[in-house]
Ligand binder design. Structure first.
Ligand SMILES: [Zn+2]
Length: 294
């Protein structure tokens, strides 16, 4: 039952009976009774005329007001809020971010990382899909590399990814992440398995992933199905090159859409991997931070 129904059902009848034919009063009453207060702390007294039959509602109303005014409940709600709630545009504070096209309300979780250094992409845009392959054994080394799947980036890089995602959402599409920030200890694990700089960056030099400035990603439709990009993620061959001309128009169009969307937000491609994009405007240090698992 809506608030309007709640008040209307209980007060409209006695009011109409009590004021008789006075037209302008009736209009005023109708205004008050059809525009109930938004807060239950101010019941619409003007609409109430005493009728003993309505005394039976008083215990119910009294309990209802008590529930609404329970200070413990308010405190509990405040405690649930994160220490900082950033909008998807990255602005901190109470300013409301524009609502994304199909994002569900962000799930508010306890923040267990330093938001001045890192951002977790799905905290700000829960509709971005994750298929973090190095948290599984579905990757080219066939070994699980991360303890748990979480996608972290430098805050401005995360905001740029979210901006790209929102552009795609307007077309009924979205992003799916394969890899984000890759801690250097993980890079060492990869290097020990495949010590070949053609496939894995030397951890002594590091890579843009180790700086939290690179993403491996693809485009998905509204149901989460990946668009056809011609090869799987981490396919090491000419078919994964941007310059490869043997793909269908559909594959080419999909790759161009990803390329243009990412470039528009400040990312640059790499020639041999259609899924890899690095963020250019600012350079961050190589990082060893390992995110906590929940
Ligand atoms: Zn990459």
């Amino acid at each position: 039952m809506s608030v309007q129904q709640f008040w209307g059902n209980r007060f409209a009848k006695p009011v109409a009976a009590g004021f008789g034919k006075a037209g302008f009063r009736k209009s005023l009453r109708n205004y008050h009774c059809s525009n109930p207060p938004t807060s239950f702390s101010k019941p619409p007294q003007v609409c109430f005329t005493f009728n003993p039959i309505h005394m039976r509602y008083l215990p119910i109303l009294f309990c209802f007001f008590l529930l609404q005014c329970n200070p413990k409940k308010e405190k509990a709600d405040v405690a649930k809020l994160p220490e900082t709630v950033a909008g998807a545009d990255g602005q901190q504070g109470t300013e409301e971010a524009p609502a994304p096209a199909v994002d569900a309300a962000p799930e508010i979780k306890k923040i267990d990382f330093d938001t001045s250094v890192w951002e977790e992409v799905v905290r700000l845009a829960p509709s971005i899909r994750l298929d973090l392959r190095y948290a599984t054994d579905n990757n080219f080394v066939k070994t699980k590399m991360y303890d748990c799947p979480r996608c972290f980036l430098r805050p401005d890089v995360a905001r740029a990814v979210i901006a790209a995602h929102k552009i795609l959402q307007k077309k009924g599409l979205g992003l799916k992440m394969y890899d984000c920030y890759r801690p250097r200890p993980i890079q060492w694990k990869l290097w020990k398995k495949v010590p070949d700089p053609r496939y894995v960056a030397d951890p002594r030099k590091g890579s843009m992933h180790n700086r939290g400035m690179a993403v491996d990603l693809t485009i998905v439709d509204s149901l989460g199905k990946e668009l056809d990009m011609g090869t799987d993620f981490d396919f090491f061959g000419r078919e994964a090159y941007h310059s490869y001309a043997g793909h269908s128009d559909e594959v080419t169009d999909n790759r161009v859409l990803l390329l243009e969307t990412m470039e528009e937000q400040g990312f640059r491609p790499t020639s041999t991997e259609w899924w890899h994009y690095s963020y250019k405007p600012k350079k961050y240090e190589l990082a060893d931070w390992l995110w906590p698992c929940k």
